[in-house]
Design a protein around this ligand. Sequence first.
Ligand SMILES: NC(=O)c1ccc[n+]([C@@H]2O[C@H](COP(=O)([O-])OP(=O)(O)OC[C@H]3O[C@@H](n4cnc5c(N)ncnc54)[C@H](OP(=O)(O)O)[C@@H]3O)[C@@H](O)[C@H]2O)c1
Length: 309
Amino acid sequence: MLNDLVKRCRPLSSQATLCILGAGFSGSHLAKLSKALGMRVICTRRRPEPGSNNLSFDSTIGILPNREALESVTHLVSTIPPTKEGTDPVLSALGELLHQLPLQWVGYFSTTGVYGNSNGNWVYETDEPKPTQIRSKRRLECELLWRNTDLPVQILRLPGIYGPGRSPLAAIHSGQLKPVDKPEQMFCRIHVDDVAGACLHLMHQAAIGQQPKVINISDNRPASSLEVHRYAARLVQCELPSPIPFRNAKANMSPMALSFWADNRKVSNVRLREELGYSLMHPDFQSGLQDCYQAEGFSEMNPDPTVEP
Ligand SMILES: NC(=O)c1ccc[n+]([C@@H]2O[C@H](COP(=O)([O-])OP(=O)(O)OC[C@H]3O[C@@H](n4cnc5c(N)ncnc54)[C@H](OP(=O)(O)O)[C@@H]3O)[C@@H](O)[C@H]2O)c1
């Protein structure tokens, strides 16, 4: 819950202005956290909601935020994914402007897909990325573009981001989720509270000189898809349909869906937790799904779920 997260976080100094390019799912959560802490925050969206203070930025049609609006920005986050051509929308459209801002920290949201397939073994920031999917190759290209600027960039590698509004609970509750069984396949994930909390933590650490170039933001508990879905089903007190073995399910999967099952890895968060001292709000999917259960209103239907961790 945002209130609990706010209690654990510290604002940046009163001189700081945070700009979030792309206030989508995770960007808007970071904005809410930062605003609740009293920070100055500027956000962009392609189509800002009427009445919001968000700026317009859509690189595809050349709508750019104006220079004056950004001139006090000290901390910048880009959540905007690569173009189909593998270029970075932010650097292409705003690269020159960014170099004129008084930036102290820049966070680029990347993906753990850049590691490729480790056959279920742990991957670390020190491993050489070996992406297998085209979109992960594009992502690695964009990481390099950011790293080759002389901006104070930190690459944040994220696994599947979930949270209230992006959890499997509703689909399980309505009987729409068809579980797939591939027990040896590990997936990693991170709750959106920890995306926001870790981001702010990294800005503080950078201010005291701790800013590794690359950092994984993942929880402690890689798990198979079925393990997560079984737990979610127990939470919402629904019977999960019989899981379909992956070897059968794959025949009906889209190329995009299939690509999510292509790589098997466990993403280490030791650097984030032990070297940089971040304490996860949701260390595992059980904690994160319980939060979704509350925030998505299931607890009102069923105030006392008796689910073992
Ligand atoms: N979701 C995941 O599980 C996951 C996992 C690993 C990595 N990531 C990566 O982490 C980042 C954040 O994820 P998210 O789920 O929070 O993403 P999201 O909700 O899709 O937000 C992406 C933001 O980028 C903006 N955007 C997209 N194309 C743009 C363009 N050409 N010009 C300007 N703005 C553009 C969107 O604008 P609008 O607000 O107007 O739509 C949105 O605000 C993304 O780069 C994503 O690929 C996500």
